[in-house]
Design a protein around this ligand. Structure first.
Ligand code: SF4
Length: 225
């Protein structure tokens, strides 16, 4: 008989290509800066379980495109999906991929729609700060200053949307964050364990593959949880 689990693993298997310094991604910059730094300095191959979770996310993205394109949804027109954006800053490159650009026909407004799939939509009460960072940057880079974060549940297709106001000051701060990341990679200077500095971001450490390394580097104290 066939082993379909193995077939899925084979199908999804990709060659492991470590990221090169000098090219950075909007989808990562809202994460803990030390973690992003680790991913450049100590790249890890993705575990098969994680690859499958990401693939489910891709499947959801395709589904959202189908919904936005559907002729049964006449109030909205899908203008573009999955399109690249790039910006050269100083001596490095910011490179990303925008999920969707739509036209709201009633108002004539163009709106960026960034899609995030989730395992439990009931836990999403507000737009997540690291997702807002990504969308703020895209709004800035593309010059479309209306944005929506769309969360969709992988179990039941329930969704929630949050409108995000463009804020130029925030976009500048995010670009500054890229500068900080680039400098710390070039100079081989490890950033602070950011996510451990605030109870609101400590959840990131639960899912961090570099947790042990991070605690070995910086022990728990009054400042870093
Ligand atoms: S354990 Fe937490 S603070 Fe340390 S690198 Fe990971 S996410 Fe950042």
């Amino acid at each position: 008989m066939i082993d379909f689990n193995k077939m899925i693993d084979n199908h999804l298997k990709k060659e492991h290509r470590p990221k090169g310094s000098g090219k950075y991604y909007p989808s990562e910059i809202g994460n803990c800066l030390r973690k992003v730094w680790y991913t450049y300095k100590y790249p890890l191959e993705l575990k098969p379980e994680l690859i499958k979770i990401f693939e489910l996310g891709n499947i959801m993205h395709d589904f959202v495109v189908q919904v936005l394109k559907s002729e049964k949804n006449k109030d909205v027109e899908l203008l573009k999906s999955e399109f690249p954006v790039k910006a050269e800053i100083d001596d490095f490159l910011i490179s990303g991929r925008v999920d969707n650009l739509i036209l709201i026909k009633a108002s004539g407004r163009n709106v960026l729609v960034e899609v995030k799939s989730t395992m439990d939509i009931s836990r999403i009460w507000e737009a997540q700060p690291h997702n807002i960072v990504q969308l703020q940057l895209y709004m800035h880079m593309i010059g479309v200053h209306n944005g929506i974060l769309l969360y969709i549940d992988k179990k039941n297709l329930q969704s929630k949307i949050f409108e995000i106001k463009y804020d130029e000051q925030k976009a500048m701060e995010i670009i500054e964050r890229f500068r900080l990341l680039h400098r710390s990679i070039k100079e081989d200077a490890i950033p602070d364990p950011e996510a451990r500095g605030d109870k609101k971001t400590l959840w990131m450490c639960r899912y961090c593959e570099y947790r042990e390394k991070c605690y070995a580097e910086t022990a728990q104290d009054a400042k870093w949880m």
